[in-house]
Ligand binder design. Structure first.
Ligand SMILES: Nc1ncnc2c1ncn2[C@@H]1O[C@H](COP(=O)(O)OP(=O)(O)OP(=O)(O)O)[C@@H](O)[C@H]1O
Ligand SMILES: [Mg+2]
Length: 86
């Protein structure tokens, strides 16, 4: 019998860790801008749409991390936040 193992691929689990989130610079830019407008009293409606499994929930997770002050992803992608970060 084959030995038991944990499958390293996680197609059913959206990415939460910013260090594991790949690409999507344009979409992350839009999320950053949405949060920037919100911070400056101009909330905008933002919709994340796309095909099944394209990465919608993962992007939303990154929006949550950003809103909570984790700026690692925009820093890595070279995105200007437009605000000072400690
Ligand atoms: N930017 C990304 N970098 C690395 N992996 C990603 C990225 N986006 C999505 N994935 C991977 O692709 C898979 C599907 O992502 P996710 O669940 O976010 O998609 P979804 O669009 O919300 O799917 P569904 O339509 O089923 O709700 C997950 O395993 C996730 O880990
Ligand atoms: Mg999803």
């Amino acid at each position: 019998m084959k030995s038991r193992y944990v499958d390293p691929f996680t197609p059913d689990i959206p990415v939460s860790d910013p260090t594991r989130f790949s690409g999507r610079k344009t979409q992350v830019e839009l999320v950053v801008d949405s949060l920037y407008q919100l911070k400056h009293g101009k909330p905008t409606s933002t919709i994340i749409t796309g095909d099944r499994g394209i990465g919608k929930s993962s992007l939303l997770n990154q929006a949550k991390e950003l809103a909570q002050g984790d700026n690692r992803l925009p820093l890595r992608l070279g995105i200007d936040l437009g605000v000072e970060f400690q």
